[in-house]
Design a protein around this ligand. Sequence first.
Ligand code: DMJ
Length: 472
Amino acid sequence: MKYLILICLSMTLLVSCQNAQQTQSKQAQVEFNQAVTDTLAMNVKTETLRTWKAYKKYAWGHDALAPLSKSYSDWYSEPLYISPIDAYSTLYLMGFTDEVKEIENYVVDSLDFNKNIDAKIFEVNIRILGGLLSMYELSGNPKVLEKARDFGDRMLPAFNTKTGIPKYWVNLKTGIPRGDTVNVAEAGTYTFEMGVLSYYTKDPKYYQAGKKATLAIYNRRSPIGLIGDVIDVESGEWVSKQSHICAGVDSYYEYLYKSYLLFGDPELGVMWDQSLEAINQYIAEEYQGRLWYGRVDMNTGKYVSSVVTLYDAFFPAILALSGDQERAVKYENSWNWLWNKYGLEPMVYDYKTGVSRYPAYDLNPEIIESAYYLYHLTGDTTYYQMNRAFWTEIKKYCRTDIAYTSVADVQTMEKKDYMPTFFFAETLKYLYLTFSHDQRIFNFDEFVFNTEAHPFRRSSFNKQEAKIRLGF
Ligand code: DMJ
C-alpha cells in the first residue's frame, strides 16, 4: 500500500512536472513568436524610415525617388509631391510623428495645386485626393481638408461629359479636360474618395459625380451582367468588350463594395452582389487545380484569354472582406504559387501557357494586401508566413543601398531605377500591419482602406448622416 501511494505521488509529480514543462514551452513558443513578430514589424519600420530618409535626401519636393541614380522623377512638368502624400498614412501608423508633422506642414504651407499641368484623373484621385483625405481623417487638421476640397474642385471639370464618366486628364489650373477613351478603373473608381469628401464638406456634389460615373459603367452591362474594359466617355460605346477583373478594371469592383461598406448606399451593395455573381459564373475558372479569373467576352461569357496581371491579387482581399473566404483562400494560393515560381511576381502572366508576358515587378502590394486581410479574417498563420516570405524576397531582389527599387525582369532580377509612390502607401504598410497585427496597435475592423491603402475609420461615417451628406 505504502509503495502504491508512493508510486501514485511520483506519477502525479511527473505529470504535473510535464504539464508545467508543456505550459512553459508553450509560453516560450508564444514569447518566441512574439519576438519574431516584433522583430519583423521593427524591421519594416526601420526599412521604411531608411527609405523615407532617402526620398528626403534625394527627391524631396518631387513625386518619386529614383533609387539607383539617387535622383528623382516627376510625373509632369511640375511636381505634385505624390510620394509624401502617399507616404503620410503609413508613417502615421508606424508612429513617425516628426516625419508626419513635416509632411502635414508642407502640404498646408507650401503646396499649391494651381499648376498648368494635365493630371491623370484616376491616379491623382486615389493617391492625392485619397492621401489628403486620410491625412485629414488622421490629423483632424482643417487646413488639410481645405487642400483636399481645393483638389477635388480641380478634378470635377473632368466629369463634365455626356456620360458623366470623367475624361482621362484634367488641367489643374484651367480645368480643361481631355482624353475620351478610358478603361473601367479610370472610369469608375471615385465613389470612395468623393464620398468621403462629400461627407466631410457636407456637399453632395462630389459623391454625385463619382456615383454617376460608376452608374454609367454599370448601366452599360450586358444581358448576362458583365461589363467591358474600355469605354468612350462621350458616346458611352464600349471600345473593348473584354470582361475581367485585371488591371484596368480592378478598383471599379473594389469600390462597389468598399463604398457600400463605408457609406451604406444600398444601390452600391446591389451592384456589387450582382457583379460578383456574374464574375464568379463566367470569369472564374479552375485550371490545373488552381483558381484563376481570366478574360471573357462581355456579351457571350465565352473565354477570350488566360492573361492575368499581378494587380488581380487585390481580389482575394475583397472576396474575403465581403464574406467569400473559400474563394479568397483558393485565389490567394494561386498568386502565392505564381510568386514562388519566380521569386517575385511578373506583371503580366498567361496561366495556360505558363509564360510571363511582361516580366516586371514594380514593388506592387496586392498579393501582400490580400495575405494581410486573410491573416486577420481567418487567423491562419499561413498568411503571416506568406508575407514574411514576400518581404524576404523583396529585400533580396529590390533593396538598394538607399531604398527599394522596381525589377525589370523577374527572370533575371535586373533592377529598374524607380520606386513607385504606392510602395510607401501600400506595400510597406500592409507588411507592417501584418507583422504588428498581434500587438493590436491597429484594429483592422475599425477601418476601410481606399485602393491606395489610405485608411478611414468606419466610425467617422454615420450611415444615416451619409445619406444626407452624399445625397443618396
Ligand atoms: C495602386 O496604385 C492601386 O492599388 C491601384 O488601384 C492599382 N494598383 C496600384 C499598385 O499596384
